[in-house]
Design a protein around this ligand. Structure first.
Ligand SMILES: Cc1cc2ncn([C@H]3O[C@H](COP(=O)(O)O)[C@@H](O)[C@H]3O)c2cc1C
Ligand SMILES: O=C(O)c1cccnc1
Length: 339
């Protein structure tokens, strides 16, 4: 059962003491892996993935039957600074598209055999422009975290979180800059495709936002409130809830990674139940993945968000677990082992 997320301190405490993978199930999976009808290590990373998944599910021979994709949407006041190639109305319009089944993520979730839910967070109440002050109050942050927290189906056996929010690559860049330092340009990319002049504006906005809000020793949740957005906070809430429920998570692109990084700041092992689905074409995603200690499963030059790259990676994880749990052992198949 998921405890109630009554305040931010509760989340900090829960993440500090987050449940771990089941060592016995992991061990059982490791042993089974060694007996399967293949040369040792021949399934490469699929073997590690299956063992990792088995540990988190507490089952040495698991299946994946009920993956869940959740798309969160939010609007960003910082769009007033001209940081996106698209107008802010696209956020609400794309939510309607998700609801009608017309977006890329609808197709990719269906292709992966996943259920998909959409949560629009206060779209008529954009966050504040973070060059002027904090994007959200702590109360707003908590409300958004709680939406993500409650959105996870306790019966899901795999979770993908995605987002829609025009302007949110600016917010994600500012979060990364605040968390990891470096220069604003290290973290700022073209998002939906801003031109060179747009990229300059965006980089200045990221620098200003962090200068205004990022000072002092802030923790991941304070940074998330000041520079994030409701959909980014909801993603963090869902990733945290999945940890409590021991539901493995596939991370999506740059924005999802920024949400996850805020949890990792609270506890360096907070993302042990997550793998990186892909490496986005947003330039800073590579560095972010390095900071998260995650090697992406795919690199297809996607720069969409919505959970698209992670949804594609569901099939990889399904393949890993299907081999692990469905293959015969050498003894069962009467196949001779190595000489
Ligand atoms: C039609 C359309 C569909 C999208 N689906 C995801 N995004 C992606 O683009 C946005 C981030 O880029 P930026 O920071 O440059 O605004 C987010 O909404 C993200 O999910 C989309 C963007 C558009 C235009
Ligand atoms: O990496 C992402 O998720 C991404 C990149 C560009 C635009 N939207 C999302």
């Amino acid at each position: 059962m998921l405890p109630d997320l009554t305040d931010l301190t509760t989340l900090r405490d829960l993440m500090r003491d987050a449940p771990c993978a089941d060592a016995a199930a992991r061990q059982a999976a490791q042993e089974r892996n060694g007996q399967l009808t293949k040369p040792p290590g021949a399934l490469g990373r699929l073997e590690d993935l299956a063992i990792w998944y088995a540990g988190w599910r507490g089952n040495g021979r698991p299946t994946i039957t009920t993956p869940q994709v959740i798309v969160f949407a939010g609007n960003h006041g910082v769009t007033a600074q001209g940081v996106s190639a698209f107008p802010a109305e696209v956020t609400v319009q794309m939510v309607a598209n998700f609801q009608h089944g017309g977006a890329a993520i609808n197709q990719l979730a269906r292709a992966a055999g996943a259920r998909m839910d959409v949560h629009a967070l206060d779209l008529d109440r954009p966050t504040a422009d973070f060059t002027q002050g904090p994007a959200m109050s702590e109360a707003d942050l908590l409300a958004a975290l709680r939406v993500g927290w409650a959105a996870v189906d306790a019966d899901a056996d795999l979770l993908v979180v995605g987002e829609m929010g025009i302007g949110n690559t600016t917010s994600a860049a500012a979060i990364c800059h605040a968390l990891f330092g470096g220069a604003a340009e290290d973290w700022t990319g073209r998002g939906t495709g801003v031109d060179d002049a747009g990229l300059q504006v965006k980089t200045r906005v990221v620098a200003e936002g962090v200068a205004r809000n990022g000072g002092g020793a802030l923790d991941g949740l304070q940074i998330l409130a000041r520079l994030g957005g409701r959909e980014i906070a909801a993603m963090a809430g869902a990733i945290a809830a999945a940890r409590m429920l021991r539901i493995p998570v596939i991370l999506d692109g740059f924005i999802c990674g920024a949400a996850a990084a805020c949890l990792q700041q609270l506890n360096s092992s907070a993302l042990d139940h997550a793998v990186a689905g892909h490496q986005s074409a947003e330039g800073a995603h590579r560095d972010l993945l390095t900071r998260l200690g995650k090697e992406p499963l795919l690199a297809l030059n996607l720069r969409l968000g919505e959970g698209s790259g992670a949804a594609l990676a569901i099939s990889i994880l399904k393949g890993a677990v299907a081999c692990h749990s469905g293959m015969a052992t050498f003894a069962e198949a009467g196949v001779a082992g190595s000489a």
